[in-house]
Design a protein around this ligand. Structure first.
Ligand SMILES: Nc1ncnc2c1ncn2[C@@H]1O[C@H](COP(=O)(O)OP(=O)(O)OP(=O)(O)O)[C@@H](O)[C@H]1O
Length: 659
């Protein structure tokens, strides 16, 4: 135990953070952040913040597959540390504990201290702590007793190591913590080493699971280690092109002579990395791990022992084992994607939900296919012969939404609307009501909608007669509804009512089935035009490399354009619109979890800013080209009008007639 009480700790934090001296270490810099960036007050210790129920499920759902892989590693680690009083937490990139292993005997105390499932250990919420500070700095750390910012945590000792996903993005934290521990911080040295070691094992297991349909080249500077740990791993496809690299490979092979990142490994042919070329890699693959002479030399003359793990699963569209029992056969859903892991997971989840009486929330950027998924869910369900009614809450003028949704009785209005009208909710009776852009629904209508969903009846305007309805709601939003709730713009109770399940649609730039999708959309468009189609390899390469800010909608528009100008449906490079030929702007996902960890934060922020500038520039040019006709610019960019208006606002673009 430490020999400092809470009051003395608070004074110490205040004195360090008030002093003008440069902060000596990570812990003190974090204390400073707590005060300056998060407005935390050390004199007000706050109890652990634990989230439960649907909110916790929402965090878990996003990394469902990873949780399964990580669990095995956590169970092994727990066996090694449980007798020492440690518990384990696995958090997501936001710092929420999405898995936990600990001794039930101390359940009450663990929960109170926040060493528990659902605890939010982000720095902004909990102050300096191992998980939060590991997330902020993207590196392993021990936060021992009085290192914590919040005085209520000064009995805890916590060790955290970051976890990266198979594409190198930060995805969460492995944490080994205890309620009490000896006071010297050296007592935690081994615990931290163990945490880092298991974090790497979990990361690598997840890498192998993720790339189970690819060959994986494992490399090590020491021969006996190759098949034990494979410090460096490169997943590659049948053409010998790298499709994934673990953090060891990125650290070692992506680094140039000056130690700075040197280009992207993914997309690089193995020939360009190893002097021996692909022929030797295939020879190693055939020889198996018994061949003690297998070694590869990089062009920078690094020598690595190597073996190759063959693909463990053959790519196909057979249903995943876990879905066989409960999933329905659903061709409409199967048609949505090729071999993209994120989309395949969405389809698996969707199949399990199809005939369950749960409302579904779809999240995804504009144009990612939320309405397409909603329709496929409807077509796959027993309700397929009933109505599918779609409403875009952002597109209907606010004054009309209420009457459109709920309908109105005869005589409620005068003139052309005097006869009364069945509302869209009533029209969807027995079928599916798709509420697009639900985040744009005005507050007072959210209250009415909530009542309809709770009471399962709708009362038209001007009527006192309620009509019973059977409704399945699929809602969609590209906005962060949790943020809207925090800003007081969206009802939290409606959110929980709607999110019986949440499905996340990946943006097109992240999808790995672009060739499938391009082929499919081009075939559909060609069929509409009554021609056949083909795409030459150069055009296909450009289409695959484009960042697609307008997602699938923009891709469809580009293909429609290319087919229209092509020679008899044979799409060549020349047929693609000009903006696709310009050098691609760097695209970074805006969620903080997606920031590339090895890049310094300043570079990521700068790239993001330059991407924003580029986006604003494209928008401005498109609007000028179309003489400020928003519909025409939206069409060209493959965005809906509401999105163009939103982005104009974001970039401060004002039409000349309004300036
Ligand atoms: N998986 C897919 N397969 C085929 N076409 C798709 C797919 N996903 C999207 N599309 C096409 O992309 C366009 C946009 O799809 P959709 O309207 O469903 O996107 P959205 O996410 O609902 O957009 P918004 O946020 O603007 O409402 C449509 O033309 C649709 O046909």
């Amino acid at each position: 135990m430490h020999d400092i009480d809470q009051r003395a700790h608070i004074e110490r934090v205040l004195s360090v953070t008030r002093s003008a001296e440069a902060k000596a270490d990570r812990i003190q810099r974090s204390w400073q952040r707590c005060i300056e960036d998060y407005d935390l007050d050390p004199t007000r210790p706050t109890p652990a913040h634990i989230i439960e129920g649907p909110r916790l499920r929402e965090h878990r759902d996003q990394i469902e597959d990873f949780l399964q892989v990580a669990r095995t590693g956590m169970e092994q680690l727990y066996k090694r540390v449980c007798d020492l009083g440690y518990v384990l937490l696995l958090t997501d990139a936001q710092g929420v504990a999405v898995d936990f292993i600990g001794n039930d005997r101390w359940q009450g105390e663990l929960r109170r201290s926040g060493l528990y499932l659902g605890a939010d250990w982000s720095e902004a919420r909990a102050g300096t702590c191992a998980v939060g500070t590991c997330i902020a700095d993207r590196s392993a750390i021990t936060c021992h007793q009085i290192d914590h910012f919040d005085a209520s945590h000064i009995d805890l000792t916590c060790n955290s190591a970051p976890l990266l996903d198979p594409t190198g993005d930060f995805m969460g934290v492995l944490d080994v913590s205890a309620l009490t521990s000896p006071s010297p911080r050296e007592s935690q040295h081994l615990a931290l080493q163990l945490t880092m070691m298991y974090a790497k094992m979990i990361e690598d297991a997840n890498f192998l699971h993720f790339f189970r349909e690819a060959s994986v080249l494992r490399l090590s500077a020491a021969w006996p280690m190759v098949d034990l740990s494979g410090e460096l791993m490169l997943a590659f496809d049948a053409d010998g092109v790298v499709v994934g690299a673990n953090s060891g490979a990125r650290r070692t092979l992506q680094t140039g002579r000056d130690g700075e990142p040197d280009g992207e490994l993914v997309g690089t042919p193995l020939d360009a990395i190893f002097r021996e070329g692909m022929a030797e890699v295939w020879r190693i693959a055939r020889a198996g791990i018994a061949n003690a002479r297998a070694a590869l030399t990089t062009h920078q003359l690094g020598v690595f022992y190597a073996d190759v793990i063959a693909p463990r699963v053959i790519a196909s569209h057979r249903p995943a084992a876990d879905s066989v029992e409960t999933a329905v056969s659903a061709p409409a859903l199967d048609r949505l994607a090729g071999d993209d892991p994120q989309m395949q997971r969405l389809i698996r989840q969707a199949k399990r939900l199809v005939n369950k009486s749960v409302d579904i929330l779809l999240h995804g950027e504009t144009g990612t296919g939320k309405e397409v998924v909603a329709k496929a869910l409807h077509e796959s369900s027993e309700r397929r012969d009933q109505a599918f009614v779609a409403i875009n809450c952002a597109a209907i003028p606010e004054s009309l939404i209420e009457s459109e949704l709920f309908g109105y009785a005869p005589g409620t209005f005068t003139g052309g609307r005097s006869k009364g009208m069945k509302g869209l909710i009533a029209q969807a009776d027995g079928g599916t009501l798709f509420l697009d852009e639900i985040g744009d629904m005005p507050m007072h209508l959210q209250t009415r909608l909530l009542r309809v969903l709770a009471e399962k009846e709708v009362t038209p305007l001007g009527s006192d007669k309620a009509q019973a309805i059977r409704l399945t709601v699929v809602a969609a939003s590209h906005r962060d509804l949790r943020k809207l709730i925090a800003d007081g713009l969206f009802r939290e109770d409606l959110y929980y009512r709607l999110c019986g399940a949440i499905l996340y649609l990946p943006p097109l730039r992240q999808r790995r089935d672009k060739v499938f999708l391009i082929d499919r959309l081009a075939s559909e468009e060609a069929a509409e035009m009554g021609c056949t189609m083909s795409i030459d390899p150069q055009a296909m390469a450009v289409l695959c490399a484009h960042p697609w800010p307008g997602n699938v909608r923009q891709l469809r528009n580009v293909l429609r354009f290319a087919l229209a100008v092509s020679d008899g449906g044979q799409i060549r490079l020349d047929d693609l619109p000009g903006e696709l030929m310009e050098p691609a702007a760097p695209v970074h996902d805006t969620a903080p979890a997606m920031a590339t960890p090895q890049a310094p934060a300043r570079t990521v922020a700068a790239d993001r800013a330059s991407w924003r500038d580029q986006e604003g520039q494209w928008l401005l040019e498109a609007l000028q080209r179309h003489k400020w006709c928003v519909t025409a610019a939206a069409d060209e960019l493959g965005l809906c009008r509401a999105t163009v208006y939103r982005r104009m606002k974001r970039h401060g673009i004002v039409p000349p007639n309004l300036q």
